[in-house]
Design a protein around this ligand. Structure first.
Ligand code: ASP
Length: 323
């Protein structure tokens, strides 16, 4: 009995010890991805986890915590122990949720310590292979004619697919039916099977399907065409300049994680972003790693804050905000 009490007291003592930045990490780091496995965010996470693990000398294990537009995964990390062993890979959701949601089980701005920016990823507007439209203008015409008879898959309020879908519907002045999914990996399956008509998704998933001809591509959401898709017009060229969005990814630790631990994770991120294999895989998916300077907590924090400000009026104009 005495022994057990002593053990319990010891356990409490150990868990209350400050995290040692010198020995961090001395066990597996968990990387939470807020969308489904196999999707465009997950792909980035898996490349990152492998390379970061090499630098950290510990495995970095990806776990998909999906649902609620990517807020469930964020919530898991915000509520985790701030010791650097639970980190989040998230995207532009971190800039839109402060406007989109009135109440969340975490603070979407102050609940995290930014570690560094990872990669900017363009989006593509896709249709099922047998959709009658062949250009963005024809797609717009088709969507306007169908209205709610047309459907678009998206991963919920706060997802990139939802953001892009909202911009498109707002820009063309037509509402379509949205089909909710837990990530764009399942959304792509819906599109391939023809159960949904349209999907807007990151190139980190879509290039493969565009290249093998199993989906139709109507536009890229960037101001310039992409070198990996030179024949695909931009949304502006296709007559919808309001549909512009670049998805950016960043790494986060829970608020209160010691700065030395955040810095150690940031150095591992920088190592990963210099890795030739990762750079090549990113290039194959239409993206590039962020610069070493941007893969730092301070650059990430400043960019994140600017993105929250930038998206607020755009979301408000599109009627997407919590009042
Ligand atoms: N693209 C996300 C994914 O990785 C979902 C989204 O943001 O739409 O599944």
């Amino acid at each position: 009995m005495f022994h057990r009490t002593l053990m319990a007291a010891f356990a409490v003592f150990v868990s209350a010890l400050p995290v040692s930045a010198e020995t961090f990490p001395d066990r597996t780091v968990q990387l939470i991805v807020p969308y489904a496995a196999g999707g465009p965010t997950d792909v980035v996470a898996r490349l990152l986890s492998e390379a970061m693990g090499r630098d950290l000398g510990q495995s970095v294990v990806v776990e998909n915590v999906t649902g609620a537009g990517g807020t469930l995964g964020a919530s898991r990390v915000a509520q985790a122990k701030p010791d650097g062993y639970t980190v989040l890979l998230h995207h532009i959701n971190m800039a839109t949720t402060p406007t989109l949601y009135r109440r969340l089980p975490y603070d979407p701005v102050n609940g995290f310590e930014p570690i560094g920016l990872v990669t900017p990823v363009p989006m593509t507007i896709l249709g099922r292979r047998d959709l009658p439209a062949n250009t963005l203008a024809e797609l717009v015409e088709w969507l306007r004619a169908k209205g709610e008879g047309a459907n678009l898959a998206d991963a919920g309020l706060g997802a990139a697919s939802q953001l892009c879908g909202t911009l498109l519907q707002h820009s063309i002045g037509t509402r379509v039916t949205t089909v909710p999914v837990r990530g764009t990996a399942p959304a792509m399956q819906e599109l391939l099977s023809g159960r949904v008509d349209v999907l807007c998704d990151q190139t980190t998933q879509t290039l493969e399907y565009i290249r093998n001809g199993s989906v139709k591509v109507f536009a890229v959401t960037t101001p310039q065409r992409l070198s990996v898709l030179p024949d695909v017009p931009t949304t502006a060229e296709g007559g919808q300049p309001g549909v512009q969005v670049m998805i950016w990814h960043g790494l986060y630790a829970p608020q209160g994680t010691p700065r030395a631990v955040v810095d150690r994770l940031s150095r591992a991120l920088q190592f990963a972003l210099r890795d030739p294999k990762l750079i090549q895989r990113f290039a194959d998916m239409g993206t590039v790693p962020e610069s070493q300077e941007r893969a730092t907590p301070d650059a990430h924090r400043a960019f994140w804050a600017s993105e929250v400000q930038r998206w607020r009026p755009i979301l408000q104009a599109a009627g997407q905000y919590a009042d």
